[in-house]
Write a protein that binds this ligand. Structure first.
Ligand code: ADP
Ligand code: ADP
Length: 237
């Protein structure tokens, strides 16, 4: 499989504080990469560097490159809004909008200027199916998303991210706020989604990394200290 994304010599600073040091890491197409490491080691910072979310933090600064299909996403000509559409993101705490289930999933399409009702309805259904949520919500699409369980809300946030057909999916501890059954559903979903997407998942749960990922990268104090195929790492500890 070829590289979908690669960080090359990536350094990141919050003001004078350096949070990432010389990160070199590649992500293959249709692979799951787990980012593991203790709290504060830079995992979330790195994830946010991959879709330029860190740009939003004043006085933050990047040195180095992140390639998406061989193009540096930090090149001056890059349209950051378009870039973020290609790179979906799911956060630790499910964060549905206080809108209906339908409108949560339709949101990105509306922002992109899609007006056709049939196209929107079709894409909403497709995304909810991909997020393994359709059967549970098809009769209550026009109810508030806030009435759903935590696990359902997280799958809704995944459906919302998928609706605009991203190429890469970033997940920042997507299951750590969920109960074991909801966590299992998210892990099963990741197995399904990797048929279509490159997935990068931050987790502090080694067992979860072993279950869901093809590649595991260990972060420590802003550096990658080990990266290898997950099977290799977990069979030769
Ligand atoms: P190339 O053939 O381009 O030199 P490398 O093997 O050097 O490829 O890897 C490209 C990038 O991916 C490097 O930045 C390297 O640190 C990183 N990398 C190496 N091995 C792996 C791996 N198993 N999984 C993910 N990234 C890797
Ligand atoms: P992790 O996700 O591995 O827990 P983070 O990427 O959140 O780690 O944090 C890495 C380091 O950057 C920590 O030392 C943290 O305190 C610091 N940091 C995170 N966000 C900010 C911020 N907005 N401003 C300044 N420092 C930050």
């Amino acid at each position: 499989k070829k590289w979908k994304m690669q960080a090359k010599g990536l350094n990141f600073y919050y003001g004078n504080f350096q949070a990432l040091y010389d990160i070199d890491l590649g992500f293959r197409e249709r692979d799951v990469t787990a980012l593991i490491g203790p709290s504060g080691c830079g995992k979330s910072t790195f994830l946010r560097c991959l879709n330029r979310m860190n740009d939003l933090i004043p006085i933050s600064r990047v040195k180095g490159e992140v390639l998406l299909d061989d193009n540096n996403i930090y090149a001056p000509s890059v349209d950051v809004v378009r870039l973020r559409r290609k790179i979906g993101m799911v956060f630790q705490k499910p964060n549905p909008f206080p809108k209906t289930i339908f409108e949560n999933v339709a949101y990105g399409l509306r922002v992109n200027g899609v007006r056709d009702k049939n196209i929107i309805a079709g894409q909403v259904e497709k995304s909810l199916r991909q997020a393994a949520l359709w059967e549970e919500v098809k009769d209550r699409l026009h109810e508030s998303a806030l009435g759903m369980s935590g696990g359902q809300q997280q799958r809704l946030c995944i459906a919302r991210a998928l609706a605009v057909e991203p190429e890469v999916l970033l997940m920042d501890e997507p299951a750590s706020a969920l109960d074991p059954l909801a966590t299992q559903k998210i892990e099963e979903l990741i197995h399904e989604l990797k048929r279509f997407y490159s997935i990068i998942i931050v987790t502090h749960n080694m067992q979860q990394a072993a279950r869901v990922s093809d590649t595991t990268a260990f972060f420590y104090m802003g550096r990658i200290i080990e990266v290898d195929e997950t099977d290799t790492i977990f069979t030769n500890p």
